[in-house]
Design a protein around this ligand. Structure first.
Ligand code: PRX
Length: 674
């Protein structure tokens, strides 16, 4: 078995032994019907009964849930089909539905004037409110535009856009006509964008002239132009450009089209496609241990059910709630928890264009106060950053409308959890530390607001349908006893799990289903305590999580290797108090090349340009050689320990071909001569 639970630095954040933990009961306010709507689930007995049914009788449980939460054009007959062994998991076969109908039409029909989207623009004064009726008409217009350009069901459309309502409109328009959307995070470089556009074979890219974030303009169209300049590498025929800032951008004749011009001529009515439950809804590229990013395939029925059911039960959302998820739409959290989850339930979703500190560190809290937000969802990095800036920012606003506050993307340290609970939640809200991944489609481990006692730092208990196990990485056997670490795996299929890697089903099977046969392998290490609570310990593979952004060491290494002077590069994740992990790169140069001053900065720039600014290494060390085994494999474990200050506990280094490299690396990192 290839994984070791001390492989990655985040694994060291959580103790292996029984941690000193404080248990927080459900805040009494949440269970007082005078103060709050009664949560969907109010006792652990009820949770346990439902969970048991969901894993023992998934057909019954999810059949009922899917009929209850979603609207179907044709009912399904087979609730669950296939297995991990065959890699052919399917849910709700024979059923037909449309994700856009579920997220927009049915609410627009019932309540057209209800606000669907509150757009909090980059400038706090710039707020747009879009009703379900307006959303319906704009989505129909865009669907007609796409159809006019020849997009048909099953075609891929790439979306490279900032955090504006038109991004949701474009995405929903794809879903409406059965096109598969592939949103690329607008922080990715031209090269990364091209890789993704080329891999999915999109004929259409939707973008904006520029984006706005933190008072600065982001050159989205320019990046699209650069990406598409290698004409032989892609199949794009048209680029639709939304005018966000109005800055002058070049438009290529016959290829580029203005959003507003196309929309002006499009009819606001467009029938939706009845999709099979198993038809792909979208692709989302994500990093793995090796190779190019994978286009994770999510299908219509199971994904939509997972997104909506978790918003209902984990955020306890009601139709009249104002739900605010601060993620970017370019990551899976944005897909499930800005767009599909809340809108499928007919709630109001807040779309935030700015940063937590623009124009001041009070931005999040002002947003909650201004829009009377009831559920708030962000990442530990943002919580830690705001905690550092002092309590005064959070104290100036009325946050009393909040009922549930969530965290996602990386392990949350107890200090940050406590601050979030006390200063933001004022001890009156449920804090939900939600664990999941791009591949799981929706949250799989989390407390439920009305029943689960919480322990800071633990994502607590599995959601419905999720049967987690810890496996011994060396034997693959199930670990039963408490307080032992293992790799986290899931032992049966759930509706919103990814179905495949685009154009590469065998890679899907190899990555997730083969490492531990009979299980879905998450790539994370975890520990379970005496109450069955799960403590996520971080990745056990070569994936690094920086501020909740998922990156592979291999991707960063290959970016560094493109520099002509680089002989070899090794990248590892080190611990970082703010961002959880940060990137450390060890680079050796080719013979006869001398690394001059500023070379590390040059290499950082290469990574920024190749992948995107968020992938930039925090430190680049120029080394004479890497610690390698006799067979030439770089021992990253040693680099990791050195970076994390554990160079006096390197363990057995006798397998190194040349042990003398170690002192020189310690010197490069810590400046200590050994
Ligand atoms: O390592 C886990 C970490 O984020 C990884 C998934 O990243 P991505 O696919 O980009 O999705 C992020 C948003 C769901 C996981 O393998 N992770 C996510 N949530 C948590 C977490 N680690 C600890 N605690 C969490 N709550």
């Amino acid at each position: 078995m290839p994984h070791s639970t001390d492989n990655n630095s985040a694994a060291q954040q959580q103790p292996d032994k029984k941690p000193e933990v404080v248990v927080h009961p459900v805040p009494s306010r949440l269970l007082d019907s005078q103060q709050c709507p009664t949560p969907h689930i109010t006792s652990m007995d009820e949770y346990r009964r439902m969970w048991k049914e969901s894993v023992e009788e998934p057909e019954k449980f999810f059949g009922n849930l899917a009929r209850d939460i979603l609207s179907w054009d044709k009912p399904f007959e087979t609730v669950k089909h296939g297995s991990f062994d065959n890699g052919d998991v399917a849910w709700f076969l024979e059923g037909e539905l449309n994700a856009c109908y579920n997220a927009v039409d049915r609410h627009a029909l019932k309540n057209p004037d209800k606000i669907a989207i509150i757009h909090e623009g980059d400038e706090p004064s710039n707020v747009r409110r879009i009703t379900y009726g307006e959303l319906y008409r704009d989505v129909c217009r865009m669907a007609n535009v796409l159809k006019k350009l020849g997009v048909r069901r099953g075609d891929n459309v790439a979306i490279y856009m900032p955090m504006i309502p038109e991004t949701l409109i474009a995405t929903l328009a794809c879903a409406r006509i059965g096109a598969i959307h592939s949103i690329v995070f607008a922080g990715f470089s031209a090269e990364s964008l091209l890789d993704r556009v080329a891999d999915c074979g999109a004929h259409i890219v939707i973008t904006s002239d520029e984006g706005r974030r933190g008072g600065r303009n982001i050159a989205t169209k320019c990046i699209v132009d650069t990406a598409l300049s290698r004409q032989e590498a892609h199949q794009v025929e048209h680029v639709i450009v939304y005018k966000r800032t109005g800055s002058e951008v070049p438009m290529m004749e016959n290829r580029d089209l203005w959003w507003h011009e196309e929309m002006a001529n499009a009819r606001p009515i467009c029938s939706y496609e009845k999709m099979s439950a198993e038809d792909p809804l979208f692709l989302l590229y994500t990093s793995g241990s090796t190779g190019a990013p994978k286009g994770i395939v999510h299908t219509t029925g199971g994904y939509l059910l997972g997104a909506a059911a978790t918003v209902k039960y984990i955020f306890d959302v009601r139709e009249d709630d104002i739900y605010a998820c601060m993620a970017d739409i370019g990551w899976v959290t944005g897909h499930s928890y800005i767009l599909y989850g809340p809108l499928t339930l007919g709630a109001t979703t807040v779309l935030f264009e700015s940063t937590p500190t623009y124009p001041t560190p009070a931005r999040f809290w002002e947003l909650i106060d201004k829009h009377k937000v009831t559920q708030f969802y962000t990442a530990p990095t943002a919580i830690r950053a705001l905690q550092r800036l002092g309590d005064k920012w959070v104290e100036q606003n009325d946050l009393s409308t909040l009922r549930v506050i969530g965290s996602v993307g990386e392990p949350i340290n107890p200090e940050a959890w406590n601050w979030y609970n006390e200063k933001v939640g004022k001890g009156r809200c449920a804090v939900v530390d939600t664990y999941w991944q791009t591949e799981t489609g929706s949250i799989i481990i989390s407390p439920l607001p009305g029943c689960t006692p919480t322990k800071p730092g633990s994502a607590t208990l599995p959601f419905f349908g999720i049967k987690p196990v810890l496996l011994d990485p060396s034997t693959g056997k199930v670990i039963e006893g408490p307080h032992q670490s293992g790799v986290l795996a899931i032992s049966q299929a759930w509706p919103s799990m990814a179905r495949s890697v685009y154009n590469n089903h065998s890679r899907f099977i190899e990555t997730y289903l083969r490492p531990y046969p009979g299980y879905y392998f998450t790539g994370d290490g975890a520990m379970r305590d005496e109450d069955g609570y799960i403590w996520i310990q971080g990745r056990v593979d070569d994936v690094i999580n920086v501020s909740g952004h998922r990156l592979s060491t291999a991707e960063i290494e290959s970016a560094l290797n493109t520099h002509e002077s680089v002989a070899e590069a090794a990248v590892i994740g080190g611990h970082d108090d703010l961002t959880g992990q940060c990137i450390h790169a060890f680079v050796s140069v080719k013979p006869h090349i001398k690394a001059t001053e500023g070379f590390d900065k040059e290499l950082t720039l290469v990574v920024r340009k190749t992948i995107g600014p968020f992938a930039a290494p925090k430190r680049v060390y120029i080394v004479n050689a890497h610690p390698k085994t006799r067979s030439g494999k770089i021992m990253r474990r040693i680099l990791r320990k050195i970076v994390n200050g554990e160079h006096d506990q390197l363990g057995d280094i006798s397998t190194l071909a040349d042990q003398t490299v170690v002192p020189s690396i310690i010197e490069a990192v810590h400046g200590i001569k050994q």
